[in-house]
Design a protein around this ligand. Structure first.
Ligand code: PLP
Ligand code: TYF
Length: 393
C-alpha cells in the first residue's frame, strides 16, 4: 500500500539548509532559513527563556494534561502581547503547535464556518501557506503584492486585488515583516486595507510570526490591533518561535475576534474541537515559558531588552549592507534593503544570479532571492555586497 504514495516536492527552504551544511568551502554564508543568528552565527536560548525554564523546573509539580485550548495563563498573556488591551468578550483562542499549527487550525475553522470561502493570499507569500492550502484542497487566489522595480509594496495593485474578495472570503495578511519580501504596507495603507475589508465583508486572517523583529513589539502589532478594533470578525495566527527564540518548542496561538456572545462560545468550542481532532492537547512547555516571562515584570523587561538587541542588530546590518551597495554600485537602487523590515529582504535577483552567488561565493539564499539578514555579520556584509554587484543584480 505504501508503494502507492507519491513522492512529495521537498520544502525548498529546508532543502537549502541541507545543501549549505554539505558545502565544505571556508567562509560560506547561510542566508536561507528564517532563524535568527547572532554575529557569531549562533541561535542562542534567550536569557529570560533560560530563567523561565529554571523556574518551571523548580516549581512544576505535575505534567498532567492542561486543556484542549491550552492554559488560560498563556492565552491571556498572548492576547495582551498581541492585542494590548484584549477585548475579552469578543475573543476566543487556543494554543497551537507553533504558528503553523495556528494557520492550519485557523483555516479549518474558517472552512467550518464557510465551506464556500476563497482564500486570498499575497503574491508572493510564505510557501507553507500555499502548501497547506493545496493540501486542504482549499480554493485560493493570489493578490498582487510586490513591486519588482521598487522592491516595495505595489499598493494600488494590492488594494485592487483584495477588493475583489467576496463576503465570507478570507484575506490572509502578514501582520508585519512580510515573508519573503520584507516589504510592508505603511500605517496609512493598512487603514485602506481595513476599509476595503469593511466594504467587501471578507474576513482578515493575520499571520503574525515576527512581532518585535521589525519596528518594535507594539509597532509590529499596530496593524493587527487596528484591524481587530475596526472589523467585526478577525482571525490571528501568532507564533512565538522567533520573538522568544523557542522554534523547536512549537508554540503558537490562534485567536478569533468576533461579535461576542454566543458566537464567541461557538468559536471557542470549535477551536477546542479542532485541537482534539488533530492532536488533542497542544504542547505546554513553550507556552509555559511564554506565560512565565510575560507574567513577571523582571523577566519581561529582560526578554524585551534582548529582543530589542536582536532587532537593532538586524537593522544595523540592513544599514551597513545598503551603504556598502551604494558605494560599490554607485547608485541608490539597493536602498530598499534599509526600508524593508524583519528577517528577510527579497533582493529581486534572477534565479541565475542567485545560483552564481552560490557557485562563486558560497552565498546561500532562497531561489526567489530572499535573504535572511540575520545570517550576516559585519564581516560578511561586504562579501555579500561584492557578490551582489558582481552577479549583476
Ligand atoms: N508564518 C510565517 C510567515 C513564518 O515565516 C513562519 C515561520 O516560521 C510561521 C508562520 C510559523 O512558524 P512556526 O510554526 O515555526 O511557529
Ligand atoms: O520562512 C522561513 O524560513 C521560516 C522557517 O517549512 C521555516 O518561516 C521554513 C520552512 C518551513 C518551516 C519554517
Amino acid at each position: 500500500m505504501f508503494g502507492n504514495l507519491k513522492p512529495q516536492a521537498p520544502d525548498k527552504i529546508l532543502a537549502l539548509m541541507g545543501e549549505y551544511k554539505a558545502d565544505t568551502r571556508q567562509g560560506k554564508i547561510d542566508l536561507g532559513v528564517g532563524v535568527y543568528k547572532d554575529p557569531n552565527g549562533l541561535t542562542p536560548v534567550m536569557r529570560a527563556v533560560k530563567t523561565a525554564e529554571q523556574k518551571i523546573w523548580e516549581s512544576q509539580d505535575s505534567k498532567a494534561y492542561t486543556g484542549l485550548a491550552g492554559t488560560q495563563d498563556y492565552r491571556d498573556a498572548m492576547a495582551g502581547l498581541v492585542l494590548g488591551e484584549a477585548p475579552a468578550d469578543r475573543l476566543a483562542s487556543a494554543a497551537t503547535v507553533g504558528g503553523t499549527g495556528a494557520i492550519r487550525q485557523g483555516l479549518e475553522l474558517l472552512r467550518m464556518a464557510n465551506p464556500d470561502m476563497v482564500v486570498h493570499v499575497s503574491d508572493p507569500t510564505w510557501p507553507n501557506h500555499l502548501s497547506i492550502l493545496k493540501f486542504m484542497g482549499q480554493d485560493f487566489v493570489e493578490y498582487p503584492y510586490f513591486d519588482n522595480d521598487t522592491r516595495g509594496v505595489d499598493f494600488e495593485a494590492m488594494l485592487d486585488g483584495i477588493g475583489r474578495a467576496k463576503k465570507g472570503d478570507v484575506v490572509l495578511l502578514h501582520g508585519c515583516c512580510h515573508n519573503p519580501t520584507g516589504a510592508n504596507p505603511t500605517a496609512e495603507q493598512w487603514e485602506a486595507i481595513a476599509e476595503s475589508l469593511e466594504k467587501t465583508g471578507a474576513v482578515p486572517m493575520i499571520d503574525l510570526a515576527y512581532q518585535g523583529f521589525g519596528d518594535g513589539l507594539d509597532a509590529d502589532a499596530a496593524a493587527t490591533r487596528m484591524i481587530a478594533a475596526r472589523l467585526p470578525e478577525v482571525l490571528i495566527a501568532a507564533s512565538c518561535s522567533k520573538n522568544f527564540g523557542i522554534y523547536r518548542e512549537r508554540t503558537g496561538i490562534l485567536m478569533a475576534l468576533g461579535e461576542g456572545g454566543e458566537a464567541r462560545d461557538l468559536t471557542q468550542g470549535a477551536m477546542a474541537y479542532l485541537n482534539r481532532q488533530t492532536y488533542s492537547f497542544p504542547p505546554d512547555h513553550g507556552a509555559r515559558i511564554v506565560s512565565t516571562i510575560l507574567e513577571d515584570a523582571d523577566l519581561s523587561a529582560n526578554w524585551k531588552a534582548e529582543l530589542e538587541e536582536v532587532r537593532q542588530t538586524m537593522l544595523g546590518l540592513r544599514t551597513q549592507l545598503a551603504e556598502e551597495l551604494r558605494s560599490l554600485s554607485g547608485s541608490d537602487k539597493f536602498d530598499f534593503i534599509e526600508h524593508h523590515r524583519g528577517m528577510f529582504s527579497r533582493l529581486g535577483a534572477t534565479p541565475e544570479q542567485v545560483a552564481k552567488m552560490k557557485a562563486d561565493s558560497a552565498i546561500y539564499m532562497v531561489g526567489d532571492s530572499r535573504l535572511n539578514i540575520a545570517g550576516l555579520n559585519r564581516d560578511s556584509v561586504p562579501v555579500l555586497a561584492r557578490a551582489i554587484v558582481e552577479a549583476g543584480v
